[in-house]
Write a protein that binds this ligand. Structure first.
Ligand SMILES: *[C@@H]1O[C@H](CO)[C@@H](O)[C@H](O)[C@H]1NC(C)=O
Ligand SMILES: *[C@@H]1O[C@H](CO)[C@@H](O)[C@H](O)[C@H]1NC(C)=O
Length: 366
């Protein structure tokens, strides 16, 4: 087994050498492992993406709980954003445009007339530099950096971005995303787009997993999933996950028909005066695995992989709709066009920092 993994790693490491046109630097694309106790995380500097997260179930059996691919070539061809860091603006920007300090910016539209996840070549489609890498020890970690240029996909100003993955505690993954505007104010909203399946990435779907989301409001959207600027209470709707619910129990509700499942941003309630909010919990009864997610972001996009179809994943397993679920902590979508949403504007004086803490456990047999 180890031999196979080493072989695969070598193949991936040697896979290609990509010229990063935007910063004129040659960076090798590789896969890097962080290992602590039973927890093993693999990430790649292609899109600063999570490739796999292996952890035990309630019987001690190891399993990989994120959807992904066998090779870097597959990550380059991905259209589902598996495990990726998305930006400069995660989620949608209505009309692919915005005004900032009296200047009108037209950005690349890649979903009809709108922009999704930073445009046609977002941060998920570029090679990041490896800044720091420590595989083992008390706090295994890796930091990727990317310098986005003024005008990239239409966004203003040079922006220095870093993403760090850190294993801490007994079974915890911390992701820290930072961005610094180098010369002009710019909107920034970064998110991790991992598709979780606590039963194992090749176990089928997440419809039997139990989800709790600590947001009592959602940001309402139009038919193209662009926020209207209004909020709605989740009370009495299939969006209500304040108490735990099985993912599939209301997924066929008429209200979710247009998106074929959940694809909505929650306003996280949080506790008064506390920066870090409890965002969500996911529990899989069969494996006994649980994930608890905390963040400093104002929102979380809950997406149930509705449009995944015939995607050939790891080990040849083919993913279909609801093969995984995403909990993308982030600012509210299209904030740059909604003055009533918390601002996403980053300036040279005011940098950006986004924290995610995933606590995993596996002994909750019920
Ligand atoms: C790339 O993805 C498209 C569909 O998104 C698929 O048809 C094509 O076969 C893929 N190419 C490779 C080399 O995997
Ligand atoms: C884009 O906008 C134009 C003008 O409003 C409209 O005619 C067209 O249908 C839109 N395209 C899509 C894909 O929504």
């Amino acid at each position: 087994m180890t031999k196979i993994l080493v072989l695969l790693l070598c193949v991936l490491l040697g896979a290609s050498e990509v010229v990063n046109g935007s910063v004129h630097q040659k960076e090798k694309v590789g896969v890097f492992e962080l290992k602590k106790g039973d927890l093993s995380l693999k990430v790649t500097n292609w899109g600063a993406s999570i490739v796999s997260l292996v952890l035990p179930d309630k019987y001690g059996m190891l399993g990989d709980v994120v959807l992904g691919y066998n090779s870097i070539e597959d990550y380059k061809n991905d259209t589902s954003y598996f495990g990726a860091t998305v930006g400069r603006i995660a989620n949608r920007i209505g009309g692919a445009q915005f005004n900032l300090n009296g200047i009108h910016y037209k950005i690349v539209a890649n979903e009809g007339n709108n922009t999704l996840h930073g445009g046609s070549i977002g941060f998920s489609d570029v090679v990041w530099k490896v800044k720091k890498y420590q595989r083992d020890g008390d706090s295994p970690r890796i930091t990727f950096s990317y310098q986005s240029f003024d005008g990239e996909e239409g966004f203003p100003g040079d922006l220095l971005v870093t993403v760090s993955y850190i294993l801490t505690g007994k079974s915890q993954l911390v992701i820290i995303m930072k961005a610094k505007a180098l010369n002009k104010p710019t909107p920034v909203n970064l998110a991790n787009h991992a598709y979780w399946n606590l039963g194992g990435e090749n176990s089928g779907n997440v419809l039997n997993e139990v989800v709790q989301i600590f947001g009592s409001k959602i940001t309402l959207v139009d038919s193209k999933l662009i926020p209207t600027g209004k909020f709605a209470s989740v009370k009495g709707t299939p969006y209500d996950f304040l108490n735990p619910h099985v993912v599939g129990s209301r997924i066929n509700n008429k209200k979710l028909a247009a998106t074929k499942g959940y694809d909505i941003n929650y306003v996280l309630d949080g506790e008064k005066g506390k920066k870090i909010k409890l965002a969500a919990k996911v529990f899989d009864k069969k494996s006994g695995r649980e994930l608890v997610l905390y963040t400093n972001a104002p929102g979380v996009q809950f997406y149930t992989g509705n449009f995944v179809q015939d995607v050939k994943g790891k080990g040849g397993f083919v993913y279909q709709a609801h093969a995984g679920l995403c909990l993308e902590t982030q600012a509210f979508p299209d904030s740059v066009n909604h003055p009533n949403f918390p601002s996403t504007i980053v300036t040279p004086e005011k940098p950006y920092k986004h924290l995610m803490l995933f606590k995993f456990s596996h002994n909750k047999a019920l």
